[in-house]
Design a protein around this ligand. Structure first.
Ligand code: ARG
Length: 471
């Protein structure tokens, strides 16, 4: 069968060229968006009197039939028809006859494909915010269960100051909150109608873009026809936002992998989220966390890939732009997997509170607090820092921790010490002393949980609201 654009051609397309230029193997993912866009377009053609209402009705009925056939797996897409747009138009025409050819009036594949991508990403953004909220909920539940769990806080992966484990988990809730907010903000730029731009310059038909926008519930319409068909910024943004989500999941993954090791033994991931070794019977590997960490690379790659496609690309449409799809679909699949698995993996994670507590008992992470203690008694902080450095060195030589020393030993280093130092050095005191907004004191952490809960509520409301609009 000849090509939809075959009129100007005297020869057949080379077989390898056909395979090389076709996108149907991957853009078939846009099948429902393509039909949705065509339905709105053809309704508009009828309403504006551009094609007779009878033809509109035939085409609408035909498109619904094509959708049912696709649902039942009855449509065989073909490389000869290049992409999803032409495959659907061809199937439609086979169903309803030559009138199907009127569907493409006043439209180009250039504005059509842009529309499909906007429709597709609108759904993905809402879906991703929903996944993020579910992961935040799991982290928040673990935080609630660990507001008394003292855990070593690290800098340089060296024990630094004791913190509440809840406080550590809340840091991830905050990172994910920014991710959700970025996605919600990007929605504004995804929620724009490009259709009506034609190939690049608009169309000679008296179309009504506002009607199509209302039909598809788009908040805005592209102002400039060239920009409408050339813009892929909204996909770049989506890939950049996805990259940051993966960066965050990857950092958490790395911590989980460390905490699962015998050396740390801080947490145990549920059997359902780990795998074994084919040779070492004792192994229980945190594969999901490792794989999320590993898959972060491909998401970054997809971002850099698309940025590079767009660099120095002249206006308006160029075939290069077909390269916007595979990386996007791959990113969507990668994030769907990671976010969906992370929520239950965190929810079922067992926290070894005693091991964390024991770790804090056997380190010098309360050293800052004695320095603060002397500084509060009037010794310049730099001087106090030096005194405590000497005390720590003394402890290391004596194989003792700060709480093991007697008051006499403390007094050898400074006359400012008294019995109260032993209370100050208790891990609970150390944690609760950081009673500033955003600090690790229990009372601050409880308030932070409340604030996070409120943020989740508003993200959930946003998801419900937008889900209704794009349905
Ligand atoms: N398959 C194409 C793409 O994904 C659709 C647009 C084709 N437009 C064109 N003038 N060849 O970019």
């Amino acid at each position: 069968m000849s090509k939809l654009w075959g009129g100007r051609f005297a020869k057949q397309t080379d077989q390898l060229v056909e395979e090389y230029t076709a996108s149907i193997t991957f853009d078939k993912e846009l099948v429902y968006e393509d039909i949705q866009g065509s339905l709105a377009h053809v309704k508009m053609l009828g309403k504006c009197g551009i094609i007779p209402q009878d033809d509109v009705d035939t085409i609408i009925e035909g498109l619904h039939k094509v959708r049912h056939m696709i649902d039942r797996g009855e449509v065989e897409f073909s490389i000869a028809d290049e992409d999803i747009h032409m495959n659907i138009e061809k199937t439609l025409t086979e169903k309803v006859g030559a009138v199907g050819g009127k569907l493409h009036t006043g439209r180009s594949r250039n504005d059509q494909v842009a529309l499909d991508m906007h429709l597709y990403l609108r759904k993905r953004v809402v879906e991703f915010v929903d996944y993020i909220v579910k992961l935040q909920e799991a982290l928040l539940d673990q935080a609630r269960a660990n507001t008394d769990t003292i855990f070593p806080g690290y800098t340089h992966l060296q024990r630094a100051q004791p913190i509440l484990f809840a406080h550590h988990l809340l840091a991830y809730v905050a990172m994910l909150q920014r991710d959700a907010e970025r996605l919600m903000d990007s929605y504004k730029r995804i929620d724009m109608l490009p259709l009506g731009a034609g190939a690049l310059a608009g169309t000679t038909f008296p179309i009504d873009r506002h009607f199509v926008a209302a039909e598809l519930n788009f908040g805005r319409i592209y102002d400039n026809s060239l920009d409408a068909v050339s813009d892929r910024d909204f996909i770049v943004e989506f890939l950049a936002n996805s990259s940051l989500i993966m960066a965050h999941l990857s950092r958490l993954s790395e911590e989980l992998v460390l905490w699962m090791s015998t050396e740390f033994d801080f947490v145990e991931l549920d059997d359902a989220f780990c795998t074994g070794s084919s040779i070492m019977p004792q192994k229980k590997n945190p594969d999901v966390a490792e794989l999320v960490r590993g898959k972060t690379g491909r998401v970054y790659g997809n971002l850099v890939g698309l940025l590079t496609v767009l660099k120095a690309l002249p206006l308006a449409y160029n075939k290069d732009m077909q390269e916007d799809k595979e990386g996007m679909f791959d990113t969507v699949r990668t994030l769907q997997g990671a976010l969906q698995l992370f929520a239950p993996m965190i929810a079922t994670m067992k926290v070894n509170k005693d091991v964390m507590r024991q770790a804090v008992n056997e380190d010098f992470s309360n050293a800052t607090d004695i320095a603060d203690y002397l500084a509060a008694k009037g010794l310049p902080f730099r001087k106090a820092h030096e005194v405590i450095g000497k005390i720590v060195l003394y402890c290391i030589e004596q194989k003792k921790y700060l709480l093991d020393l007697s008051l006499d030993e403390y007094l050898q280093f400074s006359k400012l010490f008294d019995e109260s130092i032993f209370q100050v050095l208790q891990p609970e005191s150390v944690v609760n002393a950081r009673n500033v907004f955003g600090g690790t004191a229990k009372n601050q952490v409880l308030q932070a949980i409340e604030r996070a809960d409120e943020q989740l509520r508003s993200a959930r409301d946003w998801v419900d609201h937008i889900a209704k609009i794009i349905r």
